[in-house]
Design a protein around this ligand. Structure first.
Ligand SMILES: Nc1ncnc2c1ncn2[C@@H]1O[C@H](COP(=O)(O)OP(=O)(O)OP(=O)(O)O)[C@@H](O)[C@H]1O
Length: 216
């Protein structure tokens, strides 16, 4: 499905509430992110950053409020999922597939073509390309998920704590891949606990407190 019209915003949220169990985790949240813009979201543990990213990826629906993502209604899960990619802690890799198989599967799912071998070489995973993902270290799995993100080049990229579990080289690689994705036109929303690293790949920083966003 194509977007109703060419949007100038990747994200526009107005008065969004998300209730999980009995608690409102997001409350009256507004957010505007322009097409091509990069926004960092900082905030204490439990502030609601992951919940916001999960809602933007349509993993969960808002309890109240309105929003558009790349011009699609925030509740139009099928359209949102087609255009938005979430790189999260879980990473969404199939443990019994190899990294190469995971990447090919992701490309097939999105009807895209790409050079899987080159993407794995870029993240220094060529030697592990044919081992089952379940036998890789946390950092290696993160590199595989980064390679998949780089291959998919989604219009809107949501990234949750990308620098955790990575060595210095892995963090540098993450910065490079995020920068390349932005140069290719992806809009980016990045939740992190490392303000300096986050600022290197985003244009501005917001702070989440008790489920609401404000200036840092
Ligand atoms: N599936 C769930 N069911 C019920 N409550 C949840 C669920 N997921 C998260 N929460 C609650 O929502 C609140 C926000 O959690 P969230 O993971 O969004 O915070 P966060 O800002 O990403 O934190 P961190 O920096 O620790 O990753 C927390 O109080 C958490 O307990």
């Amino acid at each position: 499905m194509t977007a109703p019209s060419l949007p100038d915003h990747a994200v526009q949220l107005r008065g969004i509430f998300v209730r999980l169990e009995r608690e409102f985790v997001l409350r009256s949240l507004d957010l505007d992110v322009r097409i091509g813009e990069g926004v960092a979201i900082l905030g204490a543990n439990g502030a609601g950053k992951t919940t916001l990213l999960r809602m933007l990826s349509s993993a969960i629906s808002p309890t109240r409020g309105e929003g558009r993502i790349l011009g699609f209604d925030v509740r139009d899960r099928r359209s949102v999922r087609e255009h938005v990619h979430l790189l999260s802690h879980e990473m969404g890799l199939y443990p019994d597939l190899t990294p190469a198989e995971n990447l090919r599967f992701a490309l097939d799912m999105h009807g895209k073509k790409g050079n899987v071998e080159a993407a794995l070489a870029r993240v220094d995973l060529s030697r592990a390309a044919n081992r089952r993902t379940r036998f890789l270290s946390a950092g290696m799995r993160k590199r595989a998920a980064l390679a998949r993100m780089a291959l998919l080049r989604p219009p809107l990229l949501l990234v949750d704590e990308p620098f955790a579990n990575l060595d210095a080289a892995g963090r540098q690689l993450t910065l490079e891949l995020l920068r390349e994705a932005r140069e290719a036109g992806s809009s980016l929303i990045l939740a992190a606990h490392e303000p300096d690293l986050a600022a290197r790949v985003t244009d501005r920083t917001l702070f989440m407190r008790s489920g609401q966003l404000g200036d840092a």
